[in-house]
Design a protein. Structure first.
Length: 156
């Protein structure tokens, strides 16, 4: 091997090592997306057919219950709002948890790998099942009757 080939081989190896260090363990093993199941319940039991909006700092997702949806993992909470005709809205917030792989990533992947997983969301998980309690019924405001003079603009 001549000197030029040795330098070229060393550059290729160094570039490969650098690129390998930029990937995190969790992003390689489980990725940045997660499938979650969404169910709505009421005091009477399971409630199907609600339209739910899930939102975290990585995006907005929609699903009809019961159903599953693929969400982007993130450090922040998953906020869920569900609506169904004749029912009051259901609102819930679900915290993400740090995966156990993150500790191994710090030991074997280094700070760069851990940083990649944290920034991409791959280091976090939401609960696999998100259950949202719906309100039993829509509360209706009682209308107060106004005097006829107030409605017509007063008397002449």
């Amino acid at each position: 091997m001549n000197k030029e080939n040795i330098v070229r081989t060393a550059c290729v190896l160094a570039t490969t090592a650098l690129l390998a260090s930029l990937t995190g363990c969790a992003s390689i093993v489980s990725g940045t997306n997660q499938v979650v199941s969404v169910e709505t319940i009421s005091p009477a039991g399971k409630l199907d057919g609600a339209t739910c909006k899930l939102q975290n700092d990585k995006g907005v997702y929609y699903v009809t219950t019961p159903g599953t949806v693929t969400v982007h993992r993130a450090y922040g909470d998953m906020n869920v709002t569900c609506d169904k005709a004749g029912m009051g809205s259901g609102v819930a917030s679900f915290k993400s948890s740090t995966k156990g792989m993150m500790a191994g990533n710090l030991l074997f992947g280094g700070v760069i790998g851990a940083g990649v997983d944290a920034a991409s969301g791959a280091a976090y998980d939401y609960p696999a099942l998100l259950q949202i309690m719906m309100n039993d019924s829509i509360s209706t405001a009682v209308a107060t009757a106004l005097p006829a003079a107030a409605v017509t603009g007063g008397s002449k």
